[in-house]
Design a protein around this ligand. Structure first.
Ligand code: COA
Length: 439
């Protein structure tokens, strides 16, 4: 059984437009600091109908294939983690396979459990490779979603959209996953859901925060027991077990959630060590320690999330991209923790070791370039886009190196491909390319 398995490379795709949350706050008559400090949000991606989950997933996957130099014949599995699919039966993954002209001899499917779907896909891919069933091939895992609560709802400032594509292989240059060392926690709850036929999610927001924190405690305790037994971390008097992790990445529905999660994680460690609740003096000391620990262990993972907002399944992996983009060289060879939460609910705490070549691998993803190409819009334009019917995309050219949804004909969704991205000018083709064009 191979033990070195994980993420070899990644790429992201985001909508062309975003709004500043300070603008949204002013338009809604809310103190901007409620959004920027209270929720820890800065900007929010705004997807128009042409930028649906398929277009975002295919764009991220196309970028990943280009920037990683991946030969399509190396791919033996394609899984899309999503909770905003476009069809009850046909998976997004099959659209991606067709749009990218990928080989036919492979498993292709979607995974859904709210924001946990991407992590389910990542672990399925890692275990497929580790089992030997992959026969040396790699898996493409794509997390793609449009987070939509609607205008004038409490969830409005916590929307967003985007996709993260992960190349999963036995050459994990970005992150080698600690296989078999993971804790899961699941329960049948109605904290966030989206009944068939509804475009906007329904959410019991404050209850969803409680469910998230409760699942974090359960999943982390199981991971901690396994990690201690395997000698991945130590249980010494000088530091909490969680402090042995160089960084801890959380699912980020909004930035403040990661701060709440980290404080809760430390409290689980502290209370388990003390065998009970903290007294007043310990509470005061912990408040300060938690803030310092957040700055060291968590803050760098929120950089990209603050630019894009919630992208559901991809949110944890956007956090990973942000950490590696900021400090891959310093983290090479170090262990980080990751917590994935999907409402409904299913959660998993797992860990991995940053690769020695991670800095070079993440540079290839050109993350800053992707974000810099966006356009800021005002609240009136955001509201106009939110009102567009889902099958009426704006009439725009597909982005270079990307795809767009172009409408529905005879019940079938049509997509168009943009020309090659500028960096690949040698192979550039003029104008849009028809559906099914290879990368
Ligand atoms: N300046 C600074 N902070 C302010 C503020 C101001 N003027 N006004 C309020 N705040 C703070 C509040 O104290 C609160 O902080 P706290 O959580 O640390 O106590 C925070 O801003 C949010 O305020 P709150 O009144 O709780 O917001 P809300 O009721 O409008 O809803 C959510 C917040 C997150 C519940 C809502 O956006 C939501 O439902 N989002 C979608 C669901 C979700 O993301 N769930 C997460 C788990 S997956």
């Amino acid at each position: 059984m191979k033990t070195s398995v994980g993420i070899e490379a990644l790429a992201i795709a985001v909508p062309r437009r975003y709004i500043e949350l300070e603008d949204l706050a002013r338009a809604r008559g809310v103190d901007p600091e409620k959004f920027t400090i209270g929720l820890g949000c800065r900007r929010m991606a705004v997807a128009e109908p042409g930028e649906d989950s398929v277009a975002l997933a295919a764009t991220a996957a196309r970028r990943l294939i280009k920037t990683s130099g991946l030969a399509p014949e190396r791919i033996g599995m394609l899984i899309v983690g999503t909770e905003t699919g476009v069809d009850h039966a046909k998976p997004i993954a099959s659209h991606v396979q067709g749009l990218l002209g990928l080989p036919r001899a492979m498993r292709v499917y979607d995974t859904t459990h709210a924001c946990y779907g991407g992590t389910a896909a990542l672990h399925a891919a890692c275990e497929w490779i580790a089992s030997g069933a992959a026969r040396g091939r790699a898996a493409l895992v794509v997390c793609a979603d449009i987070a939509r609560y609607g205008c004038n709802t409490p969830g409005e400032p916590t929307q967003g959209a985007g996709a993260v594509a992960l190349l999963v292989s036995d050459a994990p240059r970005l992150l080698a996953i600690d296989l078999g060392i993971s804790g899961a926690s699941s329960r049948d709850v109605y904290d966030f859901w989206r009944p068939h036929g509804r475009r906007e999610a329904l959410v019991d927001g404050h209850y969803s925060i409680e469910c998230y924190l409760e699942a974090l405690a359960g999943a982390y305790r199981e991971w901690r027991a396994l990690a201690l037994a395997a000698g991945l971390i130590e249980n010494g008097a000088d530091a909490l077990p969680s402090a042995r992790l160089e960084r801890v990445l959380y699912h980020v529905p909004f930035g403040k959630m990661a701060r709440k999660a980290h404080a809760h994680l430390r409290r689980v460690d502290l209370e388990d060590m003390r065998g009970g609740r903290l007294d007043a003096a310990a509470e005061a000391a912990e408040a300060q320690a938690a803030a310092q620990s957040f700055a060291r262990q968590v803050a760098s993972s929120l950089r990209l999330c603050a630019e894009v907002g919630n992208i559901y399944t991809g949110s944890l992996y956007l956090g990973l991209a942000g950490v590696l983009d900021a400090e891959a060289a310093a983290l090479a060879g170090r262990r980080i923790g990751l917590f994935s939460y999907g409402s409904g609910c299913c959660a998993e705490f797992f860990s991995g070791v940053v690769g020695a070549e991670a800095e070079r691998a993440i540079r290839a993803a050109r993350l800053a370039e992707t974000l810099a190409a966006r356009e800021r819009i005002d609240v009136a334009e955001y509201e106009r886009i939110m009102d567009l019917p889902p099958d009426r995309p704006l009439e725009e050219e597909p982005p270079p190196g990307g795809f767009r949804f172009a409408g529905v004909r005879e019940g079938r969704r049509l997509y168009v491909a943009g020309p090659e991205a500028p960096a690949d000018a040698a192979r550039e083709r003029r104008g849009g390319v028809a559906v099914g064009a290879g990368v």
